[in-house]
Design a binder for this molecule. Structure first.
Ligand SMILES: [Fe+2]
Ligand SMILES: [Fe+2]
Length: 232
């Protein structure tokens, strides 16, 4: 499977937020990434979250999603979007995927390979994020034992895709899940997880721990040419 990845477009009408996010350029960057993925014959595309960002009105926020949905529709490729904290700050999951017209994460099982998508838009106490109702660094995976059981039931190589970070080498501890160490131990003990792909930490990172590659994509909103193609 050939997969095109990109992360953290933070697309909105704003020229600059947080000092380095050029939000309004991301629609063009996504188009360029999708053209690249199509030209390279990717089977599917995965966005690792923070697809969109906050505006001063709900109407503008919905209009941004309509522009993204129209762009995605132009490309006849299966596109999956894992929600990031910025997406969850603006929309519920139901609103988000309805506005996109699809792109919900559905685990993929093909040729003995498994692509699993983890939604970590929960507080450390396990409460689901609600729009405007949480702080981004209060984050955890509720019920990690469910993941342990899911991994135990699979045979073959597993690849994980998520927005927030578990990579033990991420230099900013506030970007990691409160129970990241436990989640990493579960992945390692399964002996099946080959790589974890994440966004959220905008500078990007790469490490290898316990036989697992942790790859964090740099943010599309901040840098140019951040997309990448993987083969699993
Ligand atoms: Fe982000
Ligand atoms: Fe994020």
């Amino acid at each position: 499977m050939k997969i095109g990845l990109f992360s953290d477009p933070h697309y909105s009408s704003q020229e600059l937020t947080c000092g380095n996010r050029r939000n309004n350029l991301s629609l063009g960057k996504m188009r360029k990434a999708l053209e690249h993925f199509r030209a390279e014959g990717c089977d599917r595309v995965i966005c690792l979250g923070d697809l969109t960002d906050t505006e001063d009105t709900k109407a503008k926020e919905e209009a941004n999603m309509a522009e993204i949905a129209a762009l995605f529709k132009e490309f006849a490729m299966p596109i999956t979007v894992v929600m990031g904290n910025h997406d969850a700050y603006v929309f519920t999951a139901e609103e988000f995927y309805a506005l996109l017209g699809g792109c919900e994460p559905v685990d993929v099982h093909e040729d003995g390979k498994h692509l699993l998508f983890l939604d970590t838009n929960y507080t450390a106490a396990g409460v689901r994020y609600t729009p405007h109702g949480f702080h981004w660094d209060d984050v955890g995976l509720p019920d990690p034992d469910a993941l342990r059981r899911q991994l135990a039931a699979l045979e073959g190589d597993v690849y994980l895709f998520m927005h927030q970070n578990i990579d033990p080498a991420i230099p900013a501890a506030d970007h990691r899940l409160a129970n990241a160490d436990r989640v990493c131990a579960i992945l390692e003990q399964s002996g099946k997880v080959r790589a974890v792909y994440q966004g959220h930490y905008h500078w990007g990172n790469r490490s290898r721990q316990g036989g697992i590659d942790y790859i964090t994509l740099p943010a599309m909103a901040v840098y140019d040419d951040t997309c990448r193609i993987i083969e699993v």
